[in-house]
Structure formats: structure tokens, C-alpha cells
Design a protein around this ligand. Structure first.
Ligand SMILES: [Zn+2]
Ligand SMILES: [Zn+2]
Length: 444
């Protein structure tokens, strides 16, 4: 197909330059998405921006996947034996105190997912403008995905009842619908905070993170006059307090290696001060670094919560929901991403990070295929915080795209030798059937 020959390094250089040349378009895309934040499964305007850009670039795509997802495909000039996804999440978070939050919904992009879409599209532009696809033995799939943040659980539960979705999170939903069946591995970045005393941004390769099970907890008691007849009532708030104390009594049985986290909130604690509380609700996650520990801690926490109800004669209903699986980044993909990152931003600004106790639904994907999901230090303030601002635009929007594009070239150049080797040595933590079977355990 191509007549000129180009070495892998020349090709990488050309793609990086093509991304640099598109800087104005890429920054504009990041900023227009920033200016119209939308919450998960409602990202219609953001999806339209992705569709418009694919259309301008002549990239074929499928849309409305899991309501709002958009999936493009760039064909490899030397065959399509492998497909590498570049993932961008569409959704914002609720942060009404942020100066740029939407007045209507309180949504703001304080998790920086707008940068993920900008990076995904920058990779697409770079590969197209440079003509690099002609040299590659595999496809590239820029995939804009909905609903990474595990929020608005009541709204999404309604979508589940209406059979519009099956899962709270976008990636479990897309996996269950088969939208990752034609993808072999995935790259994605996430922005993170840079401490105030550090001048430069950085790229931290991510190793592992916690997963979690979502929980909705309801204590039912008996209302009565709180002063005149407390003996006629059953105090559901006391049941909930006893339940929480029960969990605290088993915390020292959780092992450090499993990074268990249980951090409940009471969302309804009673109705009137002179009525014995009869309906008390809590929400929580049970987080851990691995699935067996997550399931085990969840069972023991449920037992303790129920014991609280028993102590005062109340009842306790617990609804466990599939949350996210722990993130397991692939070491080979990480190595390639790291080497390319060092070329782009200098060795001193690239390192491998520790286990993190937060969670992402990319964890689910990382159980069934090789994934690399590094953290890009490019913001001041806190993730999800009202002080969140991007302070290094090149580090947020341009360098990660160059890093991912160069990694794709490493994988798919030279008859996709690297991709072939990686996949032949790869053993997934679960295959798709095992993964879906795990999700189905929550249906009971
Ligand atoms: Zn977030
Ligand atoms: Zn995020």
C-alpha cells in the first residue's frame, strides 16, 4: 500500500508532530467539553461533539452505545489482526461549588474526563494527519464511553428498571453488550493533581487500584411517640448505629494487603424529632484490592450490619450492587507507555505509582484484556474539588496523546510483532463469561 519506507522512530516523530500541529483544535475540544459538563448516561451534547469531530475527520463510527457511547475505527493499512482502543470517558462529576459548574445540574469536569476525550481525539488526528495507519498491522478504536463516575444511583436504578441499561457503570454496560468483543487491548489516561510545591507536571504509570461493591442499606423499625411511648417503638436509627459499631468491631480483622475500605453515609436518619425513627437508610461501598477479599469483607460487613437490627428488634435489608473491579494495569503495556513518556517529558518526570485505594470501571476492563491507565499530573487543586484547575495544558491534552500514539506504533508496526507477543503471553484475570457470571451473582 505504501511505497516509501519509514522506520518506527521516524513514524513516531511524524505522528507526534502531527499532534503538535493540531494543538489549537485539541485544546478547543477539551475546553468546549469543559464548558458543558454532563453526568453519566446523559452525555448527549458531549457525544455530539465526538460525532462531529469523527465526521470532520472522516472516521466511521457507531453511536448511542449504552445510550451515549461513540466508537470509531481507523483501519490498519497492513491488516486488522489486532484492535487497540483509546478510551475517553464522556461524563462529569457533581461539584456545585466549582466556579465553572453547570447552574442546572451542578455538574463540572473536576475529574478531567474532558481531557480524556481530547487525548483520544488527538491520537486519532495524529494517526490520520501523519498517514501512519498505512504502516500498521492493526486497527485503532477511539472509543468515547459513558458513565465512569458511580453517581446518581437512584436515577440509574430507574434506567435499569426501564431496561435501558443493566449496570450503573458505563464499561460494565458496554462489555455486557459486546462492545469490547472486537477489541484486544486498551489505553486510557486520567489527570491527577500536582502538589503546589512541584513546578512540573508528570506521568505516573498506574499499577493497581481498589475495586468495590456498592451497597444500599435500609433499617426498618416501628414509629411511636419518642417521649410518651418509646417502649412502643423500634428505633431504626439505633439499629443502624449498632450495625456501624458492629462493622467497626471487625475492622482489625481486615488485612493490610487487601486495602479494605468501608465508608458509609446515612442518607435518611429519621423523620421528626419527636417520633421514634422507623426508616433509616445508608449507602456505602466495600472496597478491596482483589475480588476474593472484596466478596469476603462484604459478607462479613453484611453480617455485622444485620446484627445491629437484631439487637433492637428491627429489620435490615441490604441491596448489594455490582461496583467496579480492582484495576490491574498490564506491565508490558505500562513499559511501552513509560518508555515513550520518558522520551516526551524526560525520565525525571515519569515513574511507576503505588497501589491506589480509589476505583475506576476501567478495572472491569483490566480483568478481561490488557490495559494501561496512567495518571497525568497536570492539575492544581483536588480531583472532584472546587479548586480543580488545569495548569499545564500540554501535559494534560498533548503529551498523553503522543505517548499513546507512539505506544500504538510500537505495538502494531513491523507486522504487529509486539502486540502478538504481548497477547500470546497474556492471561486474563477473568474471561468475559466469568466476568458476566460474577456480575450476575448480584441479581439474586
Ligand atoms: Zn472521578
Ligand atoms: Zn475520573
Amino acid at each position: 500500500m505504501t511505497t516509501t519506507t519509514m522506520t518506527k522512530e521516524e513514524l513516531k516523530k511524524k505522528v507526534c508532530q502531527a499532534i503538535e500541529n493540531r494543538k489549537a483544535d485539541i485544546n478547543a475540544l477539551a475546553e468546549t467539553i469543559w464548558s458543558e459538563p454532563e453526568l453519566g448516561y446523559k452525555e448527549t451534547k458531549t457525544a455530539q461533539k465526538v460525532i462531529d469531530t469523527f465526521t470532520q475527520l472522516g472516521v466511521p463510527f457507531k453511536d448511542k452505545l449504552a445510550l451515549t457511547g461513540v466508537k470509531g475505527r481507523l483501519k490498519g493499512g497492513k491488516g486488522s489482526q489486532y484492535s487497540i482502543a483509546v478510551i475517553g470517558e464522556l461524563d462529569a462529576i457533581i461539584c456545585p461549588d466549582h466556579p465553572d459548574a453547570s447552574d442546572l445540574s451542578g455538574a463540572a469536569h473536576c475529574c478531567g474526563h474532558n481531557a480524556q476525550i481530547a487525548n483520544m481525539m488527538a491520537v486519532t488526528m495524529g494517526l490520520i494527519d501523519s498517514g501512519a495507519m498505512a504502516y500498521l498491522s492493526g486497527d485503532v478504536v477511539p472509543f468515547a464511553v459513558p458513565a465512569e463516575e458511580y453517581v446518581e444511583i437512584a436515577y440509574r436504578s430507574r434506567l435499569i428498571e426501564e431496561k435501558k441499561i443493566k449496570y450503573i457503570g458505563g464499561k460494565p454496560e458496554l462489555i455486557s453488550r459486546g462492545e469490547f468483543d472486537d477489541i484486544d487491548m486498551a489505553l486510557q489516561i486520567h489527570l491527577t493533581s500536582v502538589p503546589n510545591d512541584r513546578k512540573n507536571g508528570f506521568i505516573e504509570l498506574s499499577t493497581t487500584s481498589n475495586g468495590f461493591i456498592g451497597k444500599m442499606i435500609k433499617y426498618k423499625g416501628q414509629s411511636s411517640h419518642a417521649a410518651a411511648a418509646p417502649h412502643m417503638g423500634i428505633n431504626a436509627l439505633n439499629a443502624a448505629m449498632m450495625g456501624l459499631m458492629g462493622v467497626n468491631a471487625i475492622r482489625d480483622t481486615f488485612q493490610e494487603k487487601d486495602y479494605i475500605r468501608f465508608h458509609p453515609i446515612i442518607t435518611q436518619g429519621g423523620d421528626l424529632v419527636n417520633v421514634v425513627p422507623s426508616d433509616v437508610r445508608m449507602e456505602s461501598y466495600v472496597r478491596a484490592s482483589n475480588v476474593p477479599a472484596m466478596v469476603d469483607a462484604n459478607e462479613r460487613i453484611n453480617r455485622a450490619l444485620k446484627a445491629g437490627a437484631m439487637s433492637v428488634g428491627a429489620t435490615c435489608e441490604i441491596k448489594d450492587l455490582p461496583g467496579y473491579l480492582p484495576l490491574n494495569n498490564d506491565p508490558t503495556l505500562n513499559k511501552l507507555m513509560g518508555e515513550n513518556a520518558q522520551h516526551l517529558v524526560g525520565d525525571e518526570n515519569v515513574w511507576v505509582g503505588p497501589h491506589l485505594t480509589g476505583s475506576t470501571d476501567t478495572g472491569d476492563l483490566s480483568h478481561i484484556m490488557p490495559v494501561s491507565h496512567p495518571w497525568i499530573g497536570s492539575i492544581r487543586g483536588q480531583l472532584h474539588g472546587k479548586d480543580y484547575t488545569v495548569f499545564d495544558k500540554d501535559m494534560a491534552y498533548i503529551r498523553p496523546a503522543q505517548m499513546m500514539a507512539c505506544t500504538i506504533i510500537d505495538l502494531l508496526y513491523d507486522d504487529a510483532k509486539e502486540a502478538k507477543e504481548l497477547l500470546s503471553n497474556y492471561k486474563p484475570l477473568m474471561n468475559k463469561e466469568e466476568y458476566l457470571a460474577f456480575l450476575a451473582t448480584f441479581d439474586k
